[in-house]
Design a protein around this ligand. Structure first.
Ligand SMILES: NC(=O)N[C@@H](CC(=O)O)C(=O)O
Ligand SMILES: [Zn+2]
Ligand SMILES: [Zn+2]
Length: 345
């Protein structure tokens, strides 16, 4: 049994850092474990222009703890009115790393999202032409679709037709949650990949609903049946370069989660690597961890690998019940549990 594991420094290919006091409270957790992160643009108002992304990037850098060595990679929030030339300009200037597609109404701050993919056809054509990654929240939002089927129906109705139409478009299927999603990504071309969160590897929908409603296990896309969790574990630990780390760490104040209409999102940044590594160990796939955490993401995005290293040691890691954040608390994923690996540095 190995007692410590040193790997190339990883990146987080999907994170919500928020803004203002919440940004101050959470950014250090991500910067401690990751060299870079794809920062989601679902602020209010959303990050839809080059200028807004530059200003947000500056606020993130200003909020970093002094010792941090961390690069935020910015994304452009697509709306029905996104100008393809703004996207091109931001990408060529190195401000936008990717664009993010939120189907309108699908998740937190997605009200300005795209109501019909046909509305952004010109933007998607430009992205395919310049080799820019499209990150997608892959859920349809029609009232007649069961929430547990939203991802599978998105593949059928939106993603498969989109890739038929623009077969060279680079797509990251964000926070994959279903067996159908795994199969779709595996059978698609090399231009299609997916991020997988720690929570979707650890929990199925029982975690939300058995023994009482547990708002801290609620995120979108919602955790599904056990067979889906097992498919995700197989994909993440398979060694396939199509799957990589994206925490979807999504902090919401405790009172906004513990509410009659609780917000969607799990705050997993403080113990993200420990959480993922527990899964790789349980699956006897520690050898595949570095690829998933540190290599597949940069390869897909066409970015250099990080030069630094991080070490985790086999030791009890007690996850606190809450993390203080300004005038509220954040309840981290695994709150009150003991994880088997501990991030050292
Ligand atoms: N994942 C979530 O449940 N919530 C995210 C939004 C998202 O990634 O869909 C958030 O911003 O809170
Ligand atoms: Zn999402
Ligand atoms: Zn997210």
């Amino acid at each position: 049994m190995t007692d410590s594991l040193t790997i190339r420094r990883p990146d987080d290919w999907h994170v919500h850092l928020r803004d203002g006091a919440m940004l101050e409270a959470v950014v250090g957790h991500t910067a401690r474990q990751f060299a870079r992160a794809i920062v989601m643009p679902n602020l209010s108002p959303p990050v839809t222009t080059v200028a807004a992304a530059e200003a947000y990037r500056d606020r993130i850098v200003a909020a970093l703890p002094g010792e941090a060595d961390f690069t935020p990679l910015m994304t452009c929030y697509l709306t029905n009115n996104t100008d393809p030339e703004e996207v091109r300009r931001g990408f060529e200037a190195g401000v936008f790393t990717a664009c993010k597609l939120y189907p309108a109404g699908a998740t937190t701050n997605s009200d300005s999202g795209v109501t019909d993919i046909g509305n952004i056809r010109d933007v998607l054509e430009t992205m395919a032409e310049i080799g820019m990654v499209l990150c997608v929240h892959g859920e349809v939002t029609h009232a007649d679709i069961d929430i547990f089927d939203r991802e599978a129906v998105f593949i059928e109705r939106v993603l498969a037709p989109l890739l038929n139409d623009l077969p060279q478009l680079k797509v990251v299927f964000e926070h994959l949650t279903s067996e159908e999603g795994v199969q779709f990504v595996e059978s698609a071309g090399a231009n299609v990949a997916a991020t997988i969160t720690p929570q979707h590897l650890h929990i199925n929908r029982n975690a939300m609903l058995v023994g009482g409603m547990r708002p801290h296990a609620y995120c979108l896309p919602v955790a599904k049946r056990e067979k889906h969790r097992l498919a995700l574990r197989r994909a993440a630990t398979s060694g396939s370069a199509k799957f990589f780390l994206g925490t979807d760490s999504a902090p919401h104040a405790r009172e906004a989660k513990e509410s009659a209409c609780g917000c969607a999102g799990i705050f997993n940044a403080p113990f993200a690597l420990e959480s993922y590594l527990a899964v790789f160990e349980e699956e006897n796939a520690i050898d595949a961890f570095e690829g998933f955490a540190s290599e597949h993401g940069p390869a897909f995005y066409g970015l250099p690998l990080n030069e630094g290293r991080v070490t985790l040691e086999r030791a009890d890691c007690d996850v606190p019940e809450a993390v203080e954040a300004d005038d509220t608390q954040l309840v981290p994923f695994h709150a009150g549990e003991t994880l088997r690996w501990r991030f050292v540095a």
